[in-house]
Design a protein around this ligand. Structure first.
Ligand code: FBP
Length: 262
């Protein structure tokens, strides 16, 4: 972690990253609730909302669409990713280089690490190469820290999520993105475990406005530094409305009721 290395993708030290790598990770099924989101331009338009501090996409989407949005939203280059068609032990191929991401205008890199997977050793080494190269380009480093694999019984238990955030600090991330461990106390443990490194909550599958904003409020109260979210924004008919609410909770310290009225 380098203090301030994430400044291009944070606002007042907090992040609201709009993740849109689902076409690779889950497939087009994630676009079915709002079919227009199959078109990356629709989601790039959503990302121009003031609340969004970066958009996270894979290489092909960045190549084709980011040139039209480079003045509107910072780019977080999600370097590795796997499809849902892969049935093996959790692993993720590195799909573009840090140098190429920098050439496309990326402000930060994103990298999934599956701690506990049988491929952990290779993933740590790939993360090392990307992290060190990102430092040379003064890019921020965000780790999607998702412990999983055949040896792991519960990938969202409090101790697993605390370990997930700690892995980010140990391996040199500026921000670790972790799944919500189910309670404010457990989130607080994950935040404490990360020292000065930032921890953001992962959005998860779509829930109601109130349920989602309540969980984000809980995570923020537990010390989280923001959110990296995909489906809970782009699977809504009115993504701007939930972004208004998230902006209120994350950057303006609003209550859930205030955010629902935002
Ligand atoms: P969501 O907010 O939609 O959960 O997206 C966050 C994210 O990390 C995406 O970047 C990624 O595509 C997806 O979740 C991966 O989730 P999983 O590996 O749990 O299927």
């Amino acid at each position: 972690m380098i203090p301030g290395a994430d400044s291009a993708i944070t606002r007042d030290g907090k992040a609201l990253i709009l993740a849109y790598d689902h076409g690779l990770e889950h497939g087009p099924v994630d676009f079915e609730p709002v079919p227009e989101t199959t078109d990356p331009a629709t989601v790039f338009d959503v990302a121009t909302h003031d609340a969004v501090t970066a958009i996270a996409v894979q290489k092909g989407v960045a190549e084709a669409y980011y040139p039209s949005y480079e003045d509107d939203v910072p780019l977080l280059a999600k370097l590795n990713g796997t499809s849902n068609l892969w049935m093996g032990e959790p692993d993720s191929s590195v799909n573009w280089s840090v140098d190429y991401a920098a050439e496309l205008g990326a402000d930060a890199i994103g990298f999934t690490v599956y701690g506990g997977s049988n491929h952990e050793v290779e993933m740590f080494e790939e993360f090392r190469d990307a992290q060190e190269r990102a430092r040379e380009h003064d890019m921020g480093v965000v780790m999607w820290s998702y412990p999983r694999g055949q040896g792991l019984k519960d990938d969202t238990s409090p101790d697993t999520i605390a370990y997930a955030s700690r892995l980010g600090l140990e391996l040199g991330a500026d921000i670790a993105k972790v799944k919500y461990p189910g309670s404010a106390d457990a989130m607080n443990w994950a935040v404490d475990s990360a020292g000065d490194m930032k921890v953001v909550m992962s959005g998860g599958s779509k829930t109601s406005d109130e349920a989602f904003l309540s969980t984000v409020r809980e995570a923020m109260d537990a010390g989280a530094d923001g959110l990296a979210v995909g489906r809970n924004v782009f699977q809504r008919q009115n993504p701007e409305a939930i972004l208004d609410g998230l902006e209120a909770v994350i950057f303006e310290d609003a209550s859930v009721d205030e955010a629902l009225a935002a």
